[in-house]
Design a protein around this ligand. Structure first.
Ligand code: NDP
Length: 244
C-alpha cells in the first residue's frame, strides 16, 4: 500500500497550476482530498473530475487571507474524514515589480496570501496534528526563497519567510510532524498573470519559455508524502534544467 493511500490531504490554491496538478496526482494514489481556493467553479470542476475517475475529494471555497475561512477548511477535513494527515500550503501570488513603483497594494496582497495564508494554514491544522501525534505540512516556497532577483524583492521576502516557517516548524516538530519546503523554479501555471507591470511581465514571460510542467512539482510533493513516517524530506528545489 502506498504511503499516500487513504491519507487526508488539504491543498490550498487547488483551483489551478501546482495545486490542481497535485490534486490529480495524489487522487490517483488514493489520497482523500480537501481542496480550497476562491474560485468555486474551478474547484467544483476539479472535484467532479477526480470523483468521476474514482478518487475521493471534497472542496471548500477558501480565501487564505481570512483566518476563519482557513479554519473552516480544516474543519471540513475533520468533519468528512475525521483527521488531517497533510496540509499543502500552496496558494500564492507573484505580482513582481521594481520597488520604485511602490505598488504597496500588491506588496500587501503578497504578504497576506504568501505569508499570512501559510501561517493561518499551520494554525488551523497544528492542534489536530498534535492530538494525532502525526502530520505533515508542505509549504510552497520558491527558488525566490533562496536567491533574490531584481523586481522581486517583496515576492522573495515572502518566500524567504515561507522557508523560515518550514524550518521553524521542523525544529519544533517533537518528532511528530514532518515539514517540507518545496522550492520550484519556473513552472508553467497562471502565476505570471498576476504581474501588472508590463516590462517585468515581458522579462518574466521570456524566462518562462523554459518553464516545466506543473506535474513535475506534483511528483516532488508526492515523493515527500510517500516516505515512511520516520523520514522527513525537508527541502526540495526543482528547476527547469535550463534555468540558471
Ligand atoms: P497559479 O496562479 O496557477 O495558482 C495559484 C493558486 O493560488 C490559485 O489556485 C489561486 O486560486 C490561489 N490563490 C490565490 N490567492 C488566494 C487566496 N487569497 N486564497 C486562496 N487561494 C488563493 O500559480 P502556481 O500554481 O504556480 O502557484 C502555486 C504556488 O507555487 C504559489 O505559492 C507560488 O508562489 C509557488 N511557486 C510557483 C512557481 C511557478 O513558476 N509557477 C515557482 C515557484 C513557486 P483562486 O484564485 O481560485 O483563489
Amino acid at each position: 500500500m502506498s504511503e499516500i493511500n487513504a491519507k487526508v490531504v488539504i491543498i490550498t490554491g487547488a483551483s489551478s497550476g501546482l495545486g490542481e496538478a497535485t490534486a490529480h496526482r495524489l487522487a490517483k494514489s488514493g489520497a482523500k482530498l480537501v481542496l480550497g481556493a476562491r474560485r468555486e467553479e474551478r474547484l467544483k470542476e476539479l472535484t467532479d473530475a477526480i470523483v468521476k475517475q474514482g478518487g475521493d475529494a471534497i472542496y471548500q471555497v477558501t480565501d487564505v487571507t481570512q483566518r476563519d475561512q482557513v479554519e473552516a477548511l480544516a474543519q471540513a477535513a475533520r468533519d468528512k474524514y475525521g483527521r488531517i494527515d497533510v496540509l499543502i500550503n500552496n496558494a500564492g501570488l507573484m505580482p513582481l515589480s521594481p520597488l520604485d513603483q511602490v505598488k504597496v497594494d500588491e506588496w500587501d496582497k503578497m504578504v497576506d496570501v504568501n505569508i499570512k495564508g501559510v501561517m493561518y494554514g499551520i494554525a488551523a491544522v497544528l492542534p489536530t496534528m498534535r492530538e494525532q501525534k502525526s502530520g505533515h505540512v508542505i509549504n510552497l516556497s520558491s527558488v525566490a526563497g533562496h536567491v533574490v532577483f531584481p523586481s522581486a524583492a517583496v515576492y522573495c521576502a515572502t518566500k524567504y519567510a515561507v522557508k523560515a516557517l518550514s524550518e521553524g516548524l521542523r525544529q519544533e516538530s517533537n518528532g511528530e510532524i514532518r515539514s517540507t519546503n518545496i522550492s520550484p523554479g519556473a513552472v508553467d501555471t497562471e502565476l505570471t498573470t498576476t504581474i501588472s507591470d508590463k516590462d517585468t511581465a515581458e522579462g518574466v514571460n521570456e524566462l518562462y519559455k523554459m518553464a516545466i510542467d506543473a506535474d513535475a512539482i506534483a511528483r516532488a510533493i508526492a515523493f515527500a508524502i510517500e516516505q515512511p513516517a520516520d523520514v522527513d524530506v525537508n527541502e526540495l528545489i526543482i528547476r527547469p534544467t535550463q534555468q540558471q
